[in-house]
Structure formats: C-alpha cells, structure tokens
Design a protein around this ligand. Structure first.
Ligand SMILES: Nc1ncnc2c1ncn2[C@@H]1O[C@H](COP(=O)(O)OP(=O)(O)OP(=O)(O)O)[C@@H](O)[C@H]1O
Ligand SMILES: CC(C)(CO)[C@@H](O)C(=O)[O-]
Ligand code: BAL
Length: 317
C-alpha cells in the first residue's frame, strides 16, 4: 500500500477497522453511502456503476479485492489483472467528490480462518444461495457463486451501504445477490446497471486485456449472436430452441473460421434461455409475462467471456 499514491479527495483504506471508522463518520453526518464492489482492473463499466451510485448517494465507496474464494484451483487467480494505481487514477478522472473511499483489504482480514481454493479444505463461514448457483455459470464454475455470495455478504456487512450497484454483465451474480440480500435481511437496496459495451458491441470486462487483436474481433460473436436472437424474438419467434439454434449457428461459423485461420480455439461453453423469475431453463415457448435471460459463455482462446441480454424484464426500479 505504501507504494500507492492516493489521488486527492479519495481515501484509500487497507484495514477494515479504519474504513469502518470513516463509515461511522458518514452516519453521524447523516450522509448516504453507495457501494460498488469490484475486483479492480477498472474500466468504463465499473465507472458507470460509480456514476450511478453518485447520482443516488452523498458518498460512494468501492472495494477492490480479487476474491480467492470465487476462483477454482484451475482458474486465473494468480494472473487476474491487478492495477490499483491506475484504478485510483481512473476514479479520480471522474472528478472531485465522486468517489470518496476505496477499501483494498488484505486476504487474511477478509478470511480470518484462511482461504483454500479447494472447497473440501476450506474452514470458516460461507454463504450459499441455493437454486440459483448451480445452473449456467455454476455448471462450469460450481463453487463460484458460493465465493461471490460469501465475499459480498462480508462486504455489505463491513461497508453497510444504503445502496449497492452491480452490472448486468454478470446477470446471474445479480440474481444470486438479490436473493441473498432478501434472505439475510441485509438493509441495502441493490441496483442493476446496464452492461457498458465498446462501440463494436463487445461487453467491457477486465479479462478483455487478455485478448489479442484477432481474438477481440472474434469475441464480437457473443454480442452479435445475442443481438440476432433478440431481433428474432422481437419479430415474434418465441420457441427457445429455435432462438438458441440461431445463436449457435453464428457461434459455430465463427468457431470454424477460427479453426481454419488461427492458432487458438473458439469454444462455446453454454448458451441458454432462462426464466427471469427463477433462472430455470426455458424449454418451448418463452412466456412473455415472466421475461427471459439469454446468456452465454465462450472461450476465446484461453479467455472465458460471458454476455447476456434480458428480454421483457425490468432489472432496476
Ligand atoms: N461491461 C460492464 N458494464 C457494466 N457493469 C460491469 C461491466 N463489467 C463488469 N461490470 C460490473 O462491475 C462489477 C465488478 O466486476 P468485476 O470487477 O469482476 O469486473 P469484470 O469486468 O466483470 O471482470 P471479469 O473480467 O473478471 O468478469 C460487477 O458488478 C460487474 O457486473
Ligand atoms: C461482486 C464481486 C466484486 C465479488 O468479488 C465480483 O464477483 C465481481 O467483480 O463481479
Ligand atoms: N465479474 C465476475 C468475476 C469473476 O469472473 O470471477
């Protein structure tokens, strides 16, 4: 932390107790706090959450924490981008008084009992949101939402924000956290903000830095196939398998082109249409009254990207 230069006006804490003392001062001044949880490597998607938080609240705080509990032993915990100094500069670039505080806690404070990536060796307290965590992302990342729900519940307890802001890009995470907040009676109002995209349509993601220029070009297949399915839906196609086949066709074409011309692979992990009520998979016609989420994960080389669209769903109120 000593090597980090804090931009003027932004308090950077690495001890939970120091953050809490600052948070208490806001309570005494009757100021509201909006909270944006992140794993750092900030981009315009994160900054849009900060801006939305500032519109609603007197102060905005972020956490920057690459949470080991949401990574499987085989995943990219050690290589996940860590760019705290430039993250702080990006927050400062939003203007004075937009971000008030950033908490960058240490792993041992967040996980006093230690944290093993192998779930069978873990000790301590964990939070699981049953019914929403095993499908979609949970198929490939079976303990991911347990790690997310655990760390977000810790942070909501530490930060005690009136409002918390999450991105639609991680739509299943939003569903999981929404139910966790409800079930644990956490006194925070959750907001889901739209996915910020490059002009090309590519959803911004911290992991995009791993893409080569040609991978970035082929990564457009995620947003393009979603858009294609959306336009079919809007023109009256309701059968989930017809919609999915149309998306899969585009992804398969891209996969073949990559196979013929590149030295890396493009691989569909999943594409699925799920009810916006309970994230159960929809077979047959999409019921308009429930709304649906079309989501997918695609490996572009070694980088796994996700994206989604929500149809006939009000995500935020
Ligand atoms: N393009 C985006 N638009 C809006 N919100 C986003 C976008 N990307 C991420 N977020 C949101 O920012 C918050 C923090 O996400 P995180 O730090 O994991 O960034 P990320 O870009 O999603 O990283 P990763 O590449 O690991 O998925 C989450 O609520 C996430 O949904
Ligand atoms: C919510 C979160 C910060 C928890 O580590 C993470 O899953 C993310 O960045 O989306
Ligand atoms: N934005 C989700 C964090 C992760 O993929 O680990």
């Amino acid at each position: 932390m000593s090597a980090i230069k804090c931009p003027p006006g932004i308090k950077v804490f690495n001890k939970i107790a120091d953050f809490r003392q600052w948070r208490r001062s806001l309570l005494l001044e009757q100021k509201t706090l909006g909270y944006v949880p992140t794993m750092g490597a900030l981009h315009q998607g994160h900054l849009a959450l900060v801006t939305a938080a500032k519109k609603r609240c007197d102060h905005v705080a972020l956490t920057v924490f690459v949470n080991p509990a949401q990574f499987a032993p085989t995943e990219d915990l050690s290589t996940y981008p860590r760019t705290l100094q430039s993250d702080l500069e990006k927050l400062a670039s939003l203007g004075p008084g937009v971000t008030s505080a950033v908490l960058v806690p240490q792993v041992h404070e967040m996980y006093p009992a230690g944290i093993e990536l192998d779930v069978s060796k873990q000790k301590g307290t964990f939070v699981e949101v049953l019914g929403l965590s095993q499908q979609l992302e949970g198929t490939t990342r079976p303990n991911f939402f347990r790690g997310v729900a655990t760390v977000v519940s810790k942070f909501l307890n530490i930060v005690q924000p009136e409002h918390a802001f999450f991105g639609q890009k991680d739509i299943q995470q939003c569903f999981v956290i929404r139910d966790m907040i409800r079930d644990l009676h956490i006194p925070t109002k959750m907001h889901i903000c739209p996915t910020v995209r490059e002009e090309s349509g590519l959803a911004l993601s911290s992991r995009n830095v791993f893409l080569s220029p040609s991978q970035k070009k082929y990564a457009l297949v995620l947003s393009q196939s979603l858009k294609h399915m959306e336009s079919l839906y809007r023109s009256g196609t309701r059968d989930a398998s017809t919609l999915l086949q149309a998306g899969i066709h585009l992804i398969e074409n891209a996969r073949k082109q990559v196979q013929e011309t590149e030295d890396w692979e493009l691989k569909l992990d999943y594409v699925s249409i799920n009810s916006a009520k309970d994230l159960n998979e929809i077979k047959g016609d999409v019921p308009k009254e429930d709304g649906c989420v079309i989501s997918m994960a695609v490996y572009v080389g070694k980088t796994r990207l996700i994206d989604n669209i929500c149809l006939d769903v009000e995500l935020d109120d």
